[in-house]
Design a protein around this ligand. Structure first.
Ligand code: PMP
Length: 395
């Protein structure tokens, strides 16, 4: 007998793991991963930095460090957040193990079994994986081209007890690529205040902006300290460093830091030192600006190829930033079954079926497709092959 805790019932393998394992196969064209393009990592700069750090004079880079993060890295992050309209100092920032840890710690801090988390519909499936062990109930709120539908949110807040958190990805959301408009951001903050709910604002794609205005963060509109702002170096530097941050009021930040102490003691000192050296010795804004044309080109190529080769009756989002488009097929198409029975065997293309992105009442006729990480020719060939097969099965 295995006497797992009750929460273990909510810890289940994700249906997408099995086919993500295929992504490493050279015969597979994967639009599934949300991986940044590895050719864009600043490898030479990081090589130089790590070389210097791994010397006797820098032995402290291999030592334990403060659990809330290296002070100089916290200060450098605080300076970037301040420049982005969220005035803060080093002490306000907690360094986390990627943005993902901010999700895990926030749920641990606020959610008892049966408390309600409101998510966008669809939402980032990794957030659900982080939240599930806390045994929440979920309500999901539809989105449109302006992001979260705040009228629908108002209705959910009015009619649902025990709502503790609202989780949103306002900039170039994963999986839809959508951006929440400024009026909706304002309304979201108002509603959270009215109903005394905490907002988690998750922003790993914020800086991958290919067009449109940079909108104020939800945190910057917050006057009552109820927004936990999460960010990440994964898409702007490298995900393997596992570095992110949380900005919150001192009361919340302190509790998150204590939870982090129990979870993993601290982020790796070496990586924190390297990130701090990178931010102080190189121009990360220039590095980010240098990546944007590549991603913009990939997005345009994928969307144009879909427009040319997908049969009628299929729609998709046009992301102004980030890495994803969300594709909606006729209701009768179950994307997971199509992928398993037709798409993978006959074209070697994989996408992420949409079902796991729904916190409740999943819909089977969507897919998330990432435009990063596949060379142009393969991208075009893969989308074309997918279009041909769709034409066949939908005929
Ligand atoms: N939030 C969102 C919306 C994401 O898409 C991801 C991963 N791509 C994360 C958080 C976590 O990323 P990381 O832990 O690498 O910062």
């Amino acid at each position: 007998m295995t006497a797992f805790a009750h929460r273990a019932e909510r810890v289940q393998p994700s249906a997408i793991r099995e086919f993500l394992a295929l992504a490493g196969d050279p015969r597979i064209t994967s639009f599934a991963g949300g991986y940044p393009d590895p050719t864009l990592f600043p490898i030479e700069e990081l090589h130089k930095i790590y070389d210097e750090l791994l010397s006797a004079a820098n032995a402290s880079a291999l030592q334990y460090a403060a659990s809330d993060g290296l002070p100089e890295l916290r200060a450098l992050v605080a300076a970037r957040l301040t420049a982005d309209g969220m005035p803060c100092v080093a002490d306000d920032v907690l360094i986390t193990q990627g943005g993902q840890q901010g999700l895990d710690l926030s749920a641990k801090l606020f959610i008892d079994a049966g408390d309600v988390i409101v998510t966008e519909r669809p939402t980032f499936l990794g957030a659900l994986i982080a939240f599930n062990p806390c045994e929440p109930d979920y309500r999901s709120v539809p989105m449109d081209e302006e992001g979260l539908d705040t009228d629908a949110l108002e209705e959910v807040l009015r009619t649902t007890d025990r709502v503790k958190l609202i989780y949103v990805v306002p900039d170039y959301q994963n999986p839809t690529g959508r951006t929440m408009s400024l009026p909706r951001r304002r309304r979201l903050v108002e509603l959270a205040e009215e109903h005394d709910v905490v907002i988690i604002e998750d922003t790993p794609y914020r800086e991958l902006r290919y067009e449109g205005e940079r909108l104020p963060t939800i945190k910057s509109l917050d006057t009552t300290g109820r927004v936990i702002h999460l960010g990440s170096f994964s898409k702007i530097l490298a995900p393997g460093l596992r570095l992110g941050w949380a900005l919150a009021t001192p009361e919340i930040r302190e509790k998150l830091a204590l939870l982090k102490l129990g979870a993993d003691t601290q982020n790796g000192t070496l990586n924190m030192r390297a990130a701090a050296a990178y931010l102080s010795g190189f121009d990360i804004e220039q590095h980010i600006a240098g990546m944007l044309p590549t991603y913009r080109h990939k997005r345009d190529l994928m969307l144009a190829t879909m427009a040319e080769h997908f049969p009628p009756g299929i729609t998709w989002t046009r992301a102004q930033g980030g890495l994803f488009t969300w594709v909606t097929f006729p209701q009768r198409l179950d994307v997971a079954a199509f992928q398993r029975d037709v798409l993978i065997p006959r074209s070697g293309v994989i996408v992420v079926p949409g079902t796991p992105f729904f916190s409740e009442r999943p819909e089977a006729n969507h897919a998330r497709m990432s435009f990063s990480g596949v060379p142009d020719e393969r991208l075009v060939a893969g989308v074309r092959a997918m279009g041909d097969l769709l034409r066949e099965v939908l005929a």
